[in-house]
Design a protein around this ligand. Structure first.
Ligand code: UDP
Length: 239
């Protein structure tokens, strides 16, 4: 497989074409951002950890039957993925009140929710990724009613699979964000990444943050906590 021209540069990853039109080459970067890019830093080792964590999680999701774009990890910072057209939605699943949900509805962070909830945000930096309803998604032709139902169900399936995985390694899955894409035949695959950048992960016994809130809230260095998540996942894999 040959790495070819740069296709897209995001905040945390670069995507390159390959000699196979169905395959994309991803390079994870060390850049951390928050507040829609207003806070930005280079953090050595971050790209490597997120690539490794995402690779382990996507492999696990394949094992439990959740279709995703991951093909294989190539190196510490690189992986190959299926080429998809990203649906411009951030699909958030929440098990416990935190972040924007806790703030908007004045619910104490850490309050468990009666059942997992799914929220949709329109991926649009200029608009600051506003929350949107299913009717908005349909009226804007972002996705069809049938696709929205697939996204909801896949997001809930990912939640069940990840809750089980993280419970095994003594981590509470508070909430997370997913992105999905369409293949050339219109099949919907889970895409992007699943890492401490995109999930809220709390230590099951201490409730310590093991995720990007360390960076967002200036609580310290993210590398040791991302490393801790990776070590726990990796030990489980070896078990
Ligand atoms: N999230 C993300 N990217 C975003 C916004 C949110 O990965 O652009 C993740 C975030 O890490 C958390 C979940 O989605 O796990 C819910 O985030 P929330 O809506 O509470 O927003 P925040 O408090 O991060 O602004």
């Amino acid at each position: 497989m040959k790495k070819e021209a740069l296709l897209y540069e995001g905040k945390a990853k670069q995507l390159f074409k390959t000699d196979d039109p169905k395959v994309v080459w991803v390079e994870y970067l060390n850049q951390a951002t928050a507040l829609n890019g207003a806070k930005k830093d280079q953090i050595a080792g971050k790209g490597e950890l997120n690539n490794q964590i995402t690779s382990l999680i996507f492999s696990y999701l394949h094992e439990v039957g959740i279709d995703n774009h991951f093909i294989k990890q190539l190196s510490e910072t690189e992986q190959l993925i299926r080429s998809v057209e990203i649906i411009p939605l951030e699909v958030v699943v929440r098990n416990v009140a935190a972040g924007s949900f806790a703030k908007r509805l004045a619910i104490t962070e850490g309050t468990p929710l009666k059942f997992p909830i799914v929220e949709f945000y329109f991926k649009n930096d200029a608009l600051d990724d506003p929350m949107i309803t299913e009717d908005h998604i349909k009226v804007l032709d972002i996705a069809t009613a049938e696709e929205i139902e697939t996204l909801r169900q896949m997001a809930l399936d990912v939640n069940e699979a990840l809750k089980k995985l993280f419970t095994e390694i003594k981590i509470k899955l508070v909430d997370f964000k997913l992105e999905f894409g369409r293949t050339e035949t219109g099949e919907i695959l889970l895409a992007d990444e699943v890492s401490p950048d995109t999930c809220r992960l709390w230590d099951l016994t201490t409730n310590d943050h093991l995720d990007k809130d360390i960076y967002r809230r200036d609580l310290g260095d993210i590398i040791p906590v991302y490393q801790e998540v990776y070590n726990r996942l990796n030990q489980r894999k070896g078990a």
